[in-house]
Design a protein around this ligand. Structure first.
Ligand code: HEC
Length: 148
């Protein structure tokens, strides 16, 4: 192969692998903008009139219960986001540190792809009932959850 062709071939290879890797793994802040912000807003404040809860100072409290930890990944907007398990795990960890850092447990074990995969696979549909039960339980533990 002539030198220029080899160079062009190698460049093509580099560009393709860059495109593939950036497609299969998008940064959490970009995924949030693309798939979450429409409802939850850039600052996590949500929308009272549309029943989208405020994540700020609230979302981290769910982590005090195992069912709460599961619930966070099983709400429709999260479980059904069109991104990979690895990306979703990263997005959840990012979301929690971004909006829930003040209240989350000191010993938070970050989500990983395997946990997210299992939770997405067995998603219950009655998440609003589950949420209400969690709110009751957490309130008894003096953990405040936003009710908007
Ligand atoms: C179509 C609007 C919508 C989109 C898009 C959406 N959500 Fe939600 N989200 C909601 C609503 C409404 C709830 C309340 C629970 C429920 O009714 O499912 C919620 C609940 C949550 C919760 C649980 C916190 C709580 O207090 O209930 C988390 C965490 C969350 N969303 C994160 C995300 C992330 C991360 C994304 C993007 C991947 C996302 N959501 C996309 C509307 C949305």
């Amino acid at each position: 192969m002539p030198k220029s062709k080899t160079a062009a071939f190698l460049l093509g290879l580099v560009l393709t692998s860059f495109a593939v890797s950036s497609q299969s793994r998008q940064k959490p802040e970009i995924n949030y903008l693309q798939f979450c912000q429409g409802c939850h807003r850039a600052d996590g404040s949500g929308s009272r009139s549309n029943d989208v809860p405020d994540l700020r100072g609230s979302v981290g409290n769910f982590l005090y219960l195992k069912e709460g930890r599961d619930f966070l990944v099983q709400v429709a907007g999260v479980a059904q986001a069109p991104i990979s398990d690895v990306e979703l795990a990263e997005l959840m960890n990012w979301t929690l540190y971004k909006f829930g850092a003040s209240e989350m447990p000191d010993l938070f074990v970050p989500y990983d792809a395997e946990e997210v995969r299992k939770l997405r696979m067995n998603r219950p549909t009655n998440t609003s009932i589950i949420r209400n039960n969690l709110v009751q339980k957490l309130m008894k533990m003096n953990k405040d959850i936003s009710t908007e």
